[in-house]
Design a protein around this ligand. Structure first.
Ligand code: G3P
Length: 292
């Protein structure tokens, strides 16, 4: 699908006059701070939010594999630490909503977590779907799909080394995926720690009003030496959009499942959109290029 997008974009670029480019209702996307494995020349990134989580249990291998099949170029996932310090892929601090167990994730070892059922809550057909470790997902993703690793706030401490940031960064390096991974967090300490641990790793600030005080997105990105700004579509207003654009800061917007909203954001030049329905987003992007 991306090959189609790439060639449509190329034909589009060479067949229109500069005047039409100037009048285009599309703003060019600011390029992604990480590489993609897919052949993408339009600069826009289709992201499967927790995998293809509208159709499969979120943050499971089945959801990630489906996202890739549906045309996602990046998967987004959430990580916490198990009792024995292994980065595991799950969104909530407790197991209650998305597994057949109860209690805190960090009260169980990685082996115990992997034996749990993270699929039945979604539909009986997914019974026995395990909680993946970050290592499981990276082993699958390497060479196929870029990854946005969201470090959950509950796992972040004041300590720079030895925690979830260092453990996940080491795994990414072990798989040689440094250029294909974007780390993000609502806890800006994680972003600061990652930068202390590595000069080059790509990070994105997840916008959180309480933590951000009166600082603007541009100030925050610069203060934390981040590479991108991630926010909800509700927070992506005109003023923010133009300030970020003026500073050449890529913006990734979550979680957008409605076609009309996707279209509007793409026209505004966002670098990527997180969607639970990467199939819908991927098709829309293809059609937008074909028709413009
Ligand atoms: O990382 C984008 C988005 O997933 C952030 O919100 O609540 O899903 O972690 P949340």
């Amino acid at each position: 699908m991306n090959v189609v997008r790439a060639s449509v974009f190329f034909v589009y670029i060479i067949s229109i006059s500069p005047v039409i480019i100037a009048q285009s209702e599309f703003m060019e996307a600011i390029s992604s701070p990480i590489k993609l494995y897919s052949d993408n020349t339009d600069g826009f990134v289709v992201i499967g939010h927790r995998g293809a989580s509208a159709y499969y249990p979120e943050n499971t291998m089945t959801a990630f594999k489906a996202a890739l099949e549906m045309g996602a170029e990046m998967i987004e996932l959430d990580i916490l630490l198990s009792k024995d310090g292994v980065p595991v892929v799950i969104h909530d601090e407790t197991l209650n909503r998305t597994t057949n167990s109860q209690g805190l994730v960090n009260e169980y070892t990685a082996d115990e977590l992997q034996a749990m059922d993270a699929g039945s809550w979604f539909a009986p057909a997914f019974a026995g779907e395990p909680i993946p470790t970050l290592e499981d997902v990276l082993a699958f993703a390497k060479g196929k799909i870029a990854v946005n690793i969201e470090i959950k706030t509950e796992a972040v401490t004041d300590v720079v080394g030895g925690g979830i940031e260092q453990k996940s960064l080491e795994l990414v390096k072990q798989f040689g995926m440094e250029e294909y991974v974007l780390f993000s967090s609502f806890d800006y300490r994680a972003i600061a720690h990652l930068r202390e641990l590595d000069d080059d790793v790509a990070t994105a600030l997840l916008y959180e009003k309480k933590q951000s005080g009166n600082k603007t997105p541009v100030q925050l990105v610069s203060e934390y030496k981040a590479n991108a700004f991630n926010c909800s579509y509700r927070q992506f207003n005109k003023k923010r959009a133009s300030k970020l654009r003026a500073h050449n800061i890529p913006v990734f917007v979550y979680t957008v499942n409605k076609e009309k909203r996707m279209r509007k954001l793409i026209k505004k030049g966002v670098t990527g959109i997180f969607s639970d329905k990467p199939d819908l987003l991927s098709r829309l992007v293809d059609n937008m290029w074909e028709n413009n």
